[in-house]
Design a protein around this ligand. Sequence first.
Ligand SMILES: Nc1ncnc2c1ncn2[C@@H]1O[C@H](COP(=O)(O)OP(=O)(O)OP(=O)(O)O)[C@@H](O)[C@H]1O
Length: 454
Amino acid sequence: MYRKIKYSDQELAKTLYKRTLLFLSVILFVPVVLFWVHLIETGYQDKAGYFVPLVVIVLLIAAGAFYLFRLYKYYGLKHDNWLSRKFLLIETRQLFAKLVISRGMFDVSSDDKGEYISYFPLIRIKFNYSTGQLFVEQPVDGEKYMDTFTSGEFNKLIETVMLADLQITEFKKGVLVSTFAFDPIKFRLQLSDLMPTKGVVNILKGIDWKYDKFYNMVVAGNVGTGKSYMLFSILGQLLQITKFITVFDPKRSDLASLKYTKALEGKVFSTNLEINEQVHVFYEEMMLRSAKMEKIKESGKLGAYMDFNFKPHFLFFDEFGAWVEMNVNTAFGSDERKTYDVAMSDMKQIAMLGRELGFYIIIGMQRPSADSLPMSIRNQLNFKVVMGLPTPEVGKMVFPDSDKLLRPLSQDLKGWGFVQSGSSQVRSFFAPEFTKGFNLHEWIEEMDSKREAS
Ligand SMILES: Nc1ncnc2c1ncn2[C@@H]1O[C@H](COP(=O)(O)OP(=O)(O)OP(=O)(O)O)[C@@H](O)[C@H]1O
């Protein structure tokens, strides 16, 4: 049910607090008054007999006031039930009223009886607690404050005060309806929820990596933010789709250990030389497919790789920045440098041409910069993820067109960050959750066997 925001909502919490205390006082005073009447009727003379219940009541009310205050402040943060939702609704209605009033987006007139509110914008809100969404109807009513709503300015304020992410905005007759994700954890997927299909890799509820459309991915993030886990969740899903996966991990961290799995045997590389060579192998396979597709198209057939029953190939390149750094310092003209130069040039070609041919790159790195991630590759990364809170420089590098304020999502939980699919809004999100005791190799084998079984 939609709730209308009213002028008086600016004090909603205080008003409800006072009313609850008043109610509590009445409930407590009634038996005391009856007790006093009884004392008077029985001719009781000791003053303390009258005084003590009064003190007890005042103490009870003070304790109740304190308890209610703490309940309102802290209960909602730790619980998810009808009471915490009531508190959230109260808080939100108050926040919205304050937003309108503090910006003077209402009119006051006066008559013989005094001042009254002659215009207050008709804003209505509704929560869907199970999906973690907030729907906000804003007026498109021709009034002078309308532009603040239609320009998206009000939506930005909502994002800031509610720590929410704008998902979609729809214009309907007389109203603008904006949908916000206000509780990112509600959109988190568990490993068992991951149901990848051809062309679709799950990231969170409602957002998938549709690699045929938003080809090439980058996952950036500092040490300990959950970058590796995010990459695992993608790798496991891709193994259900295709066996053509190559993994590079020049720092020999968690991904490198996957060479010991049956699923990725002979497909994981970590030495500099191996990586440089294997980039070229991947590139050659892509060019071979290009030639095959050209041949098919000679007959006038049209389409992309999947239309001709070719399978997608994925290149997982973790610690891409470290690979660049290791190589740019090698001597010009040395064999190592030559293979790197070829590999880097191949990477640029794969990033550019791979989409049509079904050859995709997933780059993992700590801090993308102009030096570590060449522009020609950066411009071809269409699905972007930053784990943890990025520095302003990294934020600008990964999401250059977004002016969204990025805020930390959780102090206690790991595996949160920000995601942008194509040129859509940047969203805060939690990566798919890995349960405690999870074994990476067993899971990878299981995902691989799912593909083989199907
Ligand atoms: N999606 C997740 N589900 C459950 N736990 C997670 C998730 N992501 C991160 N964590 C927790 O955070 C820790 C650090 O994550 P991870 O190893 O992925 O970080 P990283 O950024 O790759 O750092 P490093 O470069 O040191 O590997 C993990 O050991 C795990 O306990």
